[in-house]
Each structure stands twice: as structure tokens, then as C-alpha cells.
Design a protein around this ligand. Sequence first.
Ligand SMILES: Cc1ncc(COP(=O)(O)O)c(C=O)c1O
Length: 498
Amino acid sequence: MKLDGVGRLHQQVYRALLGEILGGRLTAGERVPSTRDVATLLKVSRNTALLAYEQLLAEGFIIPRSGAAGTVVAAVLPPDGYVARPITRPGVARPGRLSAAPTLAAVGDRFVKSARACARELGLPSLTWELAPPTIRYDFRPGRASFGDLPYALWRRLLNARARDARVIDLEYGPPGGRRELREAISARLRRLRGLDADPDNIVIVNGTQQALDLICRVLVNPGDRVLMEEPHYTGARCAFMAAGVELVFSPVDDHGMRVPRTGKGRRPFRLAYVTPSHQFPTGAVLSMERRLRLIAWAAREGAFIVEDDYDGEYRYDGPPLQALTGMDRAGCAIYVGTFSKILFPALRLGYLVLPTPLVEPIVATKAIADTGTSALVQLALADFIAEGHFDRHLRRTTASNAARRHALTAAIDGVFGDRATVTGASAGLHLLMWLKGRRGGVIRDVHERAERAGVGLFTVDPFYATPPEKTGILLGFAPLMPADIREGIRRLAGALK
Ligand SMILES: Cc1ncc(COP(=O)(O)O)c(C=O)c1O
């Protein structure tokens, strides 16, 4: 019997004894060496040996016998394949017999394959949204808000107050569809600012857009169903639909947003369309009013649902935010998805769905089974943040600072590239798309490297296409950068592209 040198001493003793039992060297009914003997043999204190015994007793591997019989090995051992408590030191193999890759269920297999495929498209080793803090000064990574603008001290105070004053009900399991306080605060905002008459009972709180998409897929689509997506498109959504095993049909995006397909005779109808109407990801196009109406009519004809992902449409610079498409739907086919990732920060993992009434129960039931509900204290702090007016104030302030950064960016592009570049999607959101004239498409590796050497983070649009375009498009996120850095970054970018 030997210690394996990994983790705390009493855990090592526990594993050494467990190894004797599972290895058959100590058999059922046999007396276990005394804690004193074990302590002497393994050169540990008696207390350490006692702790290991207590764990084996608690887990039922050994049982106390009265009198001189002492402690013996239990007659009924766990079945084959029992995995002993994991060893905590990284890089050390864990004991247990399940070492070969298991055969996955069809769903698990699709999830793994979809995640791998999407990661490959994004040039990542595995699927993650995790970002290393930028080490590059002029980092034009799209879609990031400016953390420097966050009223973080205020957020911390609200979170603290909710934790300090928590009632028992706040510490219990909450309603799977989300706390009423937050649903009411969101409802009031949507009514005022997005033209969406959303009853709090039709709102479901989720862990970000990604969970919203997963729940929608589980509830509404079967493998093989047809789903319409924009081309180019948001990879997070594509990945969720791939994992659901649907047939994806891409429709091109132009200056007026996604083209609405005709309803063809004899074709299998679509089940769902996923769109980003307020600021198409990644082109930034705004879905025109005519196309909004056509899309709603199309969905009614197809018997399809529309999923409206409104991830950053609240940032609008040339006028008030556009009404949500869902607000125009009278047929009950539109589902609105909102997130706090862009206006606050993505680590919140908070978003919401506005659902047609018949979908509320299925989505809430699925959420209840998936995770029982989203963290209550964070929901309550966010409800306070919205109800006390901080959210709107923060949005007003950041809209002004983002507008100045966007202006610096468009002016710099104009000054440096002139008519060699055209810009789309600058009227809203946190990024725009710059198309370079006369350049063949493709992820131009040497340009990426040259840009990086010049201190510029360069992100081409290609990974967001199913079929990459012939021309070169560069996504430029501007929210976290100061205007002077934006100007310098664009100057350096032009140098790297020469
Ligand atoms: C189109 C789109 N939708 C949604 C999100 C946000 O997702 P989540 O709410 O899961 O953070 C992003 C983030 O980049 C996005 O680009």
C-alpha cells in the first residue's frame, strides 16, 4: 500500500485503502487494518488516517462491527466502473475504468461535431466565446462593449445590496422562467423603447442568447427540418441549429438586409427563420420595412417561426432605435431574443425571450429541466439596475461615446482609404464592415500577421460565410477604442494592407 503523492494527505490515504479494496487485496468481511497500523505503515498522523476511514465509512466501503471484530470491508461493493474521487492536481490521470471514449447518443454526437465544425470555421482549437484580454493596442475585434464605460461600482453596490438583504425566497430555487421583478422591468423597457408590447408573463429569462437558441431548437425543431439563415450569419446561431440536426438554407444579405425567399410549390416548408433585423450580424445591414413585412407574410405562409436576435440594435446613432420586428407580428409567429451581453457585459450570461403565449409553457418546461432557472440574485440586481433608471442612463451615455468612436472610425476610413473602401452597417451596433475594393477575398494570413506586428487586431468577415465572398471584408469593432487610437489603428491597418 503506497501513497500517490497527489492532493491532500488524507485523500491519498483514502485512495490507497480504496485501491486495496477495489483491487481485491482486502475482501468483503475482512478486517481493515487499524488507523494506528495504517498511520505507521504510511507514515502519516493518526488523525490523517482517521479522516480517510471516515470517508470510506461514509461512502459505505467499510462498516464498523461491534466489539473485537473492528472495522471490516463491506459485503456489497459498488458495481464495476466505479470512478474514485478525482485527483485534483492538473495533468495527473484520474483513477477509474472509463478511459476509452464512450459511444455518444445521436444528440451528443451532433453537439460535438457541430462545435468542432464551428470552431474550425472560426480558426479556434475548440468552440469557445472566451476572449483573452487584448494584448494588441489597436484591437478592432467586433462586438465588444467598452468595459471602461461600465458603471461597475454602481452594479457592485446593487448586487451587494441584494445579497445583503436577501430574503429566504431569494435563496430558494426560483421560478424557472425568471424572477417577476426582472421580467416586469424588461417589459416596461421594451414597451417604451422597442415598440414591443411584451407582457411579463410572455418573457422568459435565459442565460444569454445562446441558451435562448438552444431552448428554441429543443422545443421547435426536429432533425431534418428546414431553417432559413442569413448569409453571412452569426456562428453561435448556426452552431445551435447544426447541433439540432436541421437542414440550413442560407439567403443572401444585401443593403436592405436578408432577401426573403419565395414560397415555392412542392417544396418542404420552412420551420423557422433566424434573423438579426436591427443590425445584421456581421454586415450591419438594417432589414428594411418592406422586407420585414414580407418576412412576416412569408412566415405565415410557410407556417414558420421567426427568431429575431436583437443583440445590439439598441445602439443606434442616426436616429432612435428601430422598432423590433416582433412588435409588428400579428400572427404570433415571431420570437424576440434580447441579451445584456452588449450593453452591460457577457459574463452576466443574462438574456430573455419574448414568446407568443402558446410557446411559454414549452420553453419554461424545457428551461426547468435544463437548469432549473437562472441565478436569482443577479436577476434581482439587474431588475433594480433597470427599474432605477441606471440602464437607460448607461445606454444614453454609451450611445453618445460610441457615436463619437464610430464617427472617428468612418472619418479615418474615409481619410485613409478614400474610394478604395466602402463601409456598411455603421448606423447601429458596436462594429461596422469595411469592404476593400479590388481585393480578392480570403483570410489573408500574411496580412493578419503584418497587421498584428503593426499592433492592429484584424478580423475578416470570411468565417461568418458558408461560402466566403470574392472580395475582402474587414470587421471593425470600435466601442472599446478611443478616437485617437481608432485613427492610428486605421493608419497602421492601411500600412499592413499595402
Ligand atoms: C448576432 C449575435 N447574437 C447574440 C450575441 C450574444 O450572445 P449571448 O447573449 O449569448 O452573449 C452575439 C455576440 O457576439 C451576436 O453577435
